[in-house]
Design a binder for this molecule. Structure first.
Ligand SMILES: *[C@@H]1O[C@H](CO)[C@@H](O)[C@H](O)[C@H]1NC(C)=O
Ligand SMILES: *[C@@H]1O[C@H](CO)[C@@H](O)[C@H](O)[C@H]1NC(C)=O
Ligand SMILES: *[C@@H]1O[C@H](CO)[C@@H](O)[C@H](O)[C@H]1NC(C)=O
Length: 436
């Protein structure tokens, strides 16, 4: 609660001056307008204006919290303009490496740099004792990416078999967020603009955000940190690293080139991921479907490719037992293969040729029962609620030489064998489905 003072009914912006004068008179800061006897005399001359320290937006590139001018300065913020009918200023908090903040709506900003800053640490502390969740929105996020590889079709890959352990590892730049007493999010690197992470906050403990930049490269980032009180639905359900609201949008693995119109065969997901994604069940929705933003074909990389595929020399989708190291977990996933590849899912139906699956991987996004029908990405849906999906990867990619006697382009033992490769990750459009 901030306090400003004005003279009678004239809304003079002499707030700061008067406030100083009053504090001097009362020998303590004013916090409350109910007024003890001691305040009485002063209150007959001045009226006290109180306002909540609410989030504010002035149309500037950043948002802030409404404070008095004096409070904003003493808290290390900068004014974006006025709020609370001119009695306060919309105060923005921007940190550079080494900074610390306990303000809701704090920005972590690094303009383009080639300096290997290691570590670059930010400390985020709860703004009050009822904070349970911290949301980090990556408005811009560009640091060096992981070790990549190239998927190729129809050639003998025996030369490429030594990379497997390193592919997807963040060997130059890293980003982590700590979550004291709770599960920490996975370590990431690369391009992550538009992504977000929500982590648990712990009362009286601070969360650390760490960039480790080594080697060369140009990096920049701009991350908005929002604090949510316990029980605030916008903080997302427990255990959710990402939380989506609305009826449609996209969801991607970290380091996915979500802004590219077409994909390189070197598109590479990260190692050791555990990405829990959760969706709000909006009014009158009973299901959710996902489909790759870019549909892959045989030989063209689409926005789905995870792990090996058992289908000889054809790139196809795999489910359940075939998905061990890396996979997407979608409880009771089903594709509707009888229609087209678009969203044509009917709530309450389980079409023919559909396999109810929990794990999906392979080179096409499909849980069709028939092998032929798995050679094309499909809309995959679930009616299981709450709507959730998990992306899990282990530390290695599988890049063994083809088994003796196997055709050189057989994909079961090598994720780089065939395009789309099994190193891609995912970028899927999701759409909630109306109840019938
Ligand atoms: C002012 O203080 C009193 C007692 O300390 C409290 O009951 C009241 O809610 C406060 N009023 C405001 C507007 O904060
Ligand atoms: C500021 O807040 C408004 C809502 O009040 C939101 O639409 C906008 O995206 C926010 N801008 C930034 C830079 O966070
Ligand atoms: C922090 O600001 C967001 C809006 O940007 C708001 O929804 C949230 O309730 C605020 N958190 C607290 C603890 O006030």
């Amino acid at each position: 609660m901030s306090v400003a003072v004005y003279f009678g009914i004239k809304c003079f912006v002499v707030v700061a001056l008067l406030r100083g004068f009053l504090a001097e008179t009362l020998k303590e800061p004013l916090q409350n307008s109910t007024g003890s006897k001691r305040d009485g005399k002063v209150l007959s001359l001045f009226q006290i204006v109180q306002f909540q320290n609410d989030p504010c937006s002035t149309g500037a590139t950043r948002n802030g919290t409404c404070y008095t001018q004096g409070e904003c300065e003493s808290r290390g913020g900068s004014s974006l303009g006025s709020c609370a009918n001119g009695f306060g200023v919309c105060c923005a908090f921007t940190l550079s490496c080494g900074g610390m903040s306990s303000e809701n709506c704090t920005y972590l900003v690094q303009t383009s740099t080639t300096t290997a800053i290691n570590p670059c640490k930010y400390t985020i502390c709860p703004c009050d004792k009822h904070i349970c969740r911290l949301r980090f929105d990556f408005t811009n996020f560009n640091i060096n990416g992981p070790v990549t590889a190239s998927a190729i079709s129809d050639v003998d890959l025996s030369a490429a078999t030594t990379l497997g352990g390193a592919i997807g590892d963040c060997t130059t730049d890293t980003f982590t967020i700590t979550a004291p007493g709770n599960f920490a999010p996975p370590l990431i690197c690369g391009f992550n603009s538009g992504q977000h992470m929500i982590v648990d906050a712990c009362p009286e403990k601070c969360n650390e955000v760490n960039f480790g930049l080594t080697g060369s490269g140009t990096r920049n980032w701009d991350i908005k940190v929002t604090q949510y009180a316990c029980g605030d639905e916008l903080g997302g359900p427990d255990g959710c690293l990402q939380y989506f609201t609305g009826t449609t949008g996209t969801v991607a693995s970290f380091n996915f080139p979500t802004t590219a119109a077409s994909l390189e065969t070197t598109t590479t997901h990260l190692s050791n991921q555990c990405q829990n994604m959760c969706w709000r069940q909006e009014m009158n929705t009973c299901g959710i479907c996902w489909i790759p933003e870019i549909l892959g074909t045989d030989d063209v990389t689409g926005s789905f490719g995870i792990s090996t595929t058992s289908g000889g020399n054809k790139a196809r989708g795999e489910t359940d037992g075939k998905c061990r190291g890396d996979y997407l977990l979608i409880p009771n996933a089903q594709s509707n293969v009888e229609t087209s590849d678009q969203d044509t899912f009917t709530i309450g139906s389980i079409g023919s040729d559909v396999r109810l699956s929990d794990r999906l991987c392979g080179r096409q996004f499909s849980s069709a029962n028939d092998n032929g029908d798995r050679r094309m990405s499909r809309s995959v849906c679930t009616q299981q609620r709450p709507f959730r999906m998990t992306f899990k990867t282990d530390e290695d990619e599988v890049t063994q030489s083809p088994a003796t006697g196997a055709p050189p382009n057989s994909a079961p033992t090598n994720e780089l064998n065939r395009v789309p490769g099994g190193i891609v990750g995912f970028n899927l459009r999701w759409t909630l489905q109306a109840c019938t």
